[in-house]
Write a protein that binds this ligand. Structure first.
Ligand code: GAL
Ligand code: CA
Length: 335
């Protein structure tokens, strides 16, 4: 804030002098304005709100007296049409780089066309466009994480906990009866996380029996609802709950708490993300483990890439995979 005031004061002073001393625009110190336009699929998403808080923090740290960085962040309320309009507004408003978390990851064409028409570099994040769409233009980038890695880590920590606690196989049939709470259908983090968590459990010698699954769109309340239905169907038969994110794992725990289930009849719960509430639940031993989705790393990568794309400086140092992808590693979190 102070920096901004100093810069604003400098500009005003310069403007006041303009008529007198001919202080023209090119006489200003080499001031670079970076204006980042951000839109994300839904403003109620907990993980993305935490990620974007980190992003704002990165931007604040990036500003210097000579380098002014502006950011406008908009939530698209789950509508691709709204998001397309937002991108147009951000461009009309003068942004010189875009960060887009697509509503529909299979439908980026309108946004890519806009960015290309105005020649504004475009960084997608968290919701990965399909590979062919990333070929539509050469100024497209992606920042996110490898869905497969998070699924595998979730399966591995679940396997560890199960091996250390044989009483989890409550009916002693040698198998773990499990249910899955899934994120949005069609999201890379839904299908791939589930598949790889199950795969890793099996590879670690755990015999599984799938009882059911529920779609809950990353959302805690929806997960509570789905879980309540599954509990009424299977009662104490469920031994393990794998959730594609922490919010849904917490929703599942909410369902059991409302029904007053006691410790000995609770299943194990695993999430992914390591959100503030997720980590707190791990510390309180309510959640048996999670996988940290590195929001600080992703925010920093987005900010640095945005800066490099506008200024043209430092792009060679960015460790891209496949020329335009940045994947930040996940990490296991256990009690
Ligand atoms: C996932 C994250 C979910 C949700 C989703 C939105 O990576 O684990 O909690 O935020 O992205 O696209
Ligand atoms: Ca069992």
């Amino acid at each position: 804030m102070r920096k901004k005031n100093i810069i604003t004061a400098g500009i005003l002073f310069c403007m006041a002098l303009q008529g007198l001393s001919g202080c023209k625009k090119q006489d200003l110190p080499s001031q670079q304005a970076i204006y980042i336009g951000v839109t994300y699929y839904d403003q109620s998403d907990i993980f993305l709100n935490e990620l974007l808080d980190c992003f704002k923090e990165e931007i604040r740290e990036m500003e210097t007296e000579d380098k002014k960085v502006n950011v406008t962040i908009q939530g698209a309320g789950g509508s691709q049409k709204t998001q397309n309009d937002q991108v147009k507004e951000l461009i009309d408003g003068g942004c010189n780089v875009l960060c887009v978390n697509l509503v529909d990851r299979t439908d980026p064409s309108e946004i890519i066309d806009l960015a290309r028409d105005y020649d504004i570099p475009l960084i997608f994040f968290n919701r990965e466009p399909v590979a062919e769409d990333m070929q539509q233009w050469d100024n497209l980038y992606y920042v996110g994480a490898d869905a497969k890695e998070s699924g595998t880590m979730q399966g591995e920590i679940a396997a560890d906990v199960i091996k250390k606690n044989p009483q989890i196989d409550r009916n002693k049939d040698g198998k773990i009866q499990y249910v899955v709470l899934e994120g949005e259908p069609g999201h890379q983090d839904t299908i791939i996380r589930t598949e790889n968590a199950v795969e890793a459990l099996k590879e670690n010698g755990i015999e599984l029996e799938k009882l059911s699954y529920g779609l809950a769109n990353w959302n805690r309340a929806q997960a509570e609802n789905r879980m309540s239905q599954m509990i009424s169907q299977y009662q104490t038969k469920i031994e393990l709950v794998l959730a594609n994110n922490d919010e849904m794992a917490l929703g599942a725990i909410d369902a059991y708490e409302k029904l007053n289930y006691t410790e000995s009849t609770l299943p194990l719960f695993f999430g992914i993300d390591g959100t503030d509430v997720g980590l707190k639940a791990v510390r309180e031993s309510k959640l048996d483990g999670t996988v940290y989705n590195d929001k600080e790393g992703q925010a920093e990568a987005m900010a640095k890439l945005a800066e490099a794309l506008v200024t043209g400086e430092g792009i060679e140092e960015i460790p891209f995979e496949n020329q335009r992808y940045l994947y930040l590693p996940y990490a296991k979190v256990l009690e």
